[in-house]
Design a protein. Structure first.
Length: 173
């Protein structure tokens, strides 16, 4: 379990990051990627990224989030902009590396600039807080808001998409 001081440090970073301040790449929350490799967000330092949270078994919001992420990828390609796409799980019990690999293949997101990550059950709330994603359990479903972040190469938040009708083209500018 994380110490209270460590959790408060993550929460402080999240609050500052929401204002475009410190780097989200400074987060030390341990993650596992869809290849089973251990990592942290610092692995993306030096590269701009599009970051969101979802989970592989989601039937509504995540489908819309993925559709918007694909729209953002298309807009970035058209604008000649390169971004890493980083998707972090809201369901660490089920989003194993194998589950994420099946998800990638089934949804056609196998490009090398896309990575799917999972934190531990204990660290997922801190990661959601860091990224400003609110989520809760309702019956047996994970409910969550729609939020996509654009980070600069240093991991600072430079754009936030919180509505489905926001322009992907404007978001990548």
């Amino acid at each position: 379990m994380r110490t209270l001081a460590a959790l408060l440090g993550i929460l402080t970073l999240a609050s500052a990051g929401a204002a475009g301040g410190p780097s989200l790449y400074d987060s030390t929350v341990p993650l596992v990627d869809d290849r089973g490799w251990r990592t942290t967000l610092s692995a993306w330092r030096g590269r701009p990224a599009i970051v969101s949270m979802e989970y592989a078994n989601c039937r509504f919001i995540c489908s819309q989030t993925l559709a918007r992420l694909k729209d953002i990828q298309t807009a970035a390609d058209a604008a000649g902009r390169r971004f890493e796409f980083v998707v972090v799980s809201l369901d660490p019990r089920n989003d194993t590396p194998e589950a994420w690999r099946r998800y990638r293949k089934a949804r056609g997101v196998e490009r090398g600039n896309w990575t799917f990550l999972t934190a531990s059950e204990a660290d997922t709330p801190a990661m959601a807080q860091l990224l400003g994603v609110k989520y809760w359990l309702f019956d047996s479903h994970i409910m969550h808001d729609f939020r996509v972040l654009r980070l600069d190469a240093e991991g600072r938040i430079v754009g936030v998409m919180e509505t489905y009708d926001a322009s992907a083209e404007a978001f990548v500018r």
